[in-house]
Design a protein around this ligand. Structure first.
Ligand SMILES: Cc1cc2nc3c(=O)[nH]c(=O)nc-3n(C[C@H](O)[C@H](O)[C@H](O)COP(=O)(O)OP(=O)(O)OC[C@H]3O[C@@H](n4cnc5c(N)ncnc54)[C@H](O)[C@@H]3O)c2cc1C
Length: 484
């Protein structure tokens, strides 16, 4: 369904559920809603996955570090969901071994790591992507060349998986539309008024400024960091910022992911095709939700920890090819450092017909969606059967393996596909979220001009609009360490 058809469908007939927010949580909710037989719509103020859901570490994980905090239930839940996703969206789950070295002065002693990874596997009922084990020193040199030897105590190796966060959102939305869902990007939810047990919702098309309204039984507030914005919302968040940097794999030729600790915190070096992703930070944040800066102190922190682990690599700012900054929508409870706040999710029916859902992780999005929909359906006195937990999101013929964990090769066909089937409206929608070319390619200046020309042909842009899009995209490059 194209965007124009979706706009019409939203206003024409009352919905059972309107999901506000086109991040991973919103995608999980609409997907569960359509599977439960509800008439469901979803609106996103910018592009799908514009928020945190395109700025994560791209991992599907139980969260080894939460074990050290004693949050065994949380790790169990996420571990089960991680395995489930490998069945549901196999083209977006690439098992990835992690090497966690321990040093004499480390807050992560080797004995604790050895027990931790065994427990981690046990929480997958022994079905993790591979068995964890201790590593010999000779193996370390091969897997993680250049790793600091001084003070080295030993290492463990365990498994999680690499994904592609924004593609996970897009494929989940595509699967929802195939099952009758209506989704629309660049459509902001402004407010809702309660009339005779229904909500009359005011929406604004953020591309044209046009106003429209729609009617729904339930509103699900899945706005991530924006969740507290509505008067009906009871969510209180503590936002913390996390940045990631992308460098060339030649500068850090790791074969497997590496875990680097800094006190109690851990950072990752994640191999990603020809690149390595380094991150992340975790600092309190209270500024603009739209423009989240990557500050020099953030870059220095990530590179500082990396260089401590790889002293000979001497990675500098000139090696940074791209970066992104995202906000964790953590549910505010008490004090403590940013890294101590629980990553658990909450679901509140805050007023009749209104659900807030917040917190959680990419990894648990299907579960969150199903829990929200169960609450809604129960209140309708309807029954929903057991969700088939292993049901593939898309059939083999509907999956595009080339649109997987790594960026696809550029072509006019793939750009046309994004415009016609994946609701791409702006140049950055394709360069950043649908392909990650922005973070990955060497030739973004030239490529973005080419993509803009293809989009102009497909979407009927005139020269002025095309140049406007290029200018807008180049401004994004400057903010995300991408050199033109
Ligand atoms: C640095 C970092 C690393 C992370 N790494 C991982 C990881 O490796 N693995 C993992 O499992 N999890 C990870 N997470 C957590 C995970 O990314 C987030 O929990 C998740 O993406 C949050 O999704 P969301 O849908 O709640 O929010 P968002 O993705 O922010 O979506 C909310 C959407 O609502 C839209 N919106 C807001 N207001 C309105 C409105 N009025 N009308 C319409 N739309 C609106 C916004 O534009 C936005 O797109 C990480 C998080 C961060 C910050």
């Amino acid at each position: 369904m194209e965007r124009e058809e979706a706009l019409q469908a939203l206003v024409e007939q009352p919905l059972d559920v309107l999901v506000v927010g086109g991040g991973i949580v919103g995608a999980g909710v609409i997907y569960a809603a359509v599977r439960a037989g509800l008439r469901a719509g979803l609106v996103e103020q910018y592009d799908f996955a514009f928020g945190t859901s395109s700025r994560s570490s791209r991992l599907l994980h139980g969260g080894l570090r939460y074990l050290a905090q004693g949050r065994v239930g949380l790790v169990f839940e996420a571990s089960q969901e991680k395995l489930r996703l490998s069945k549901v969206v196999p083209h977006l789950v690439e098992p990835l071994p992690f090497v966690f070295p321990s040093y004499r002065d480390s807050r992560w002693p080797l004995w604790q790591l050895r027990i931790g990874v065994k427990l981690y596997d046990a929480l997958c009922y022994g079905r993790n992507f591979g068995p964890s084990r201790s590593l010999r020193l000779s193996e370390i040199g091969e897997l993680i060349p250049g790793l600091r030897r001084e003070g080295y105590w030993g290492a463990v190796r365990y498994f999680d998986a690499l994904t592609n966060d924004s593609r996970l959102v897009l494929d989940t939305l595509r699967a929802s539309v195939m099952r009758g869902g209506i989704v629309c990007n660049y459509l902001r939810f402004e407010k809702a008024d309660r009339e005779q047990n229904r909500w009359i919702c005011q929406l604004v098309d953020t591309l044209t400024g046009e106003r429209l309204s729609c009617e729904t039984g339930w509103v699900v507030n899945a706005c991530g960091p924006w969740a507290p914005q509505f008067p009906q919302s009871k969510v209180r968040l503590r936002l913390t910022k996390g940045i990631h940097l992308v460098i060339s794999r030649e500068r850090l030729p790791i074969r497997e992911a590496v875990v680097m600790s800094e006190g109690k915190r851990i950072l990752f070096g994640i191999p990603w095709g020809r690149r390595v992703i380094l991150g992340t930070t975790d600092t309190d944040y209270t500024d603009s939700l739209e423009d989240i800066p990557i500050e020099e102190t953030d870059i220095d922190y990530v590179l500082g920890v990396t260089n401590e682990y790889f002293p000979q690599a001497t990675i500098g700012r000139e090696d940074v090819r791209a970066g992104w900054a995202g906000l964790r929508p953590l549910v505010a409870k008490g004090r403590g450092g940013p890294s101590d706040i629980s990553r658990a999710h909450v679901i509140h029916v805050s007023s009749p017909g209104w659900v807030d859902v917040a917190g959680g992780k990419l990894t648990t999005y299907l579960l969150m969606g199903e829990q929200v929909v169960r609450k809604i359906v129960a209140s309708m006195h309807r029954r929903v059967g057991r969700f088939n937990p292993g049901e593939p999101l898309l059939s083999t013929s509907e999956c595009f393996p080339e649109l997987g964990v790594l960026p696809p090769e550029p072509s006019q066909e793939v750009v046309e596909y994004f415009c016609r089937r994946e609701w791409a409206r702006r140049l950055e929608d394709i360069m950043i979220r649908r392909t990650s070319w922005h973070y990955y390619r060497d030739d973004v200046a030239q490529l973005s001009r080419q993509v803009a020309s293809w989009m102009a042909e497909i979407l009927g842009w005139d020269e002025f609009r095309k140049q406007e899009e290029i200018g807008r995209y180049f401004a994004q490059c400057a903010k995300t360490c991408v050199k033109l």
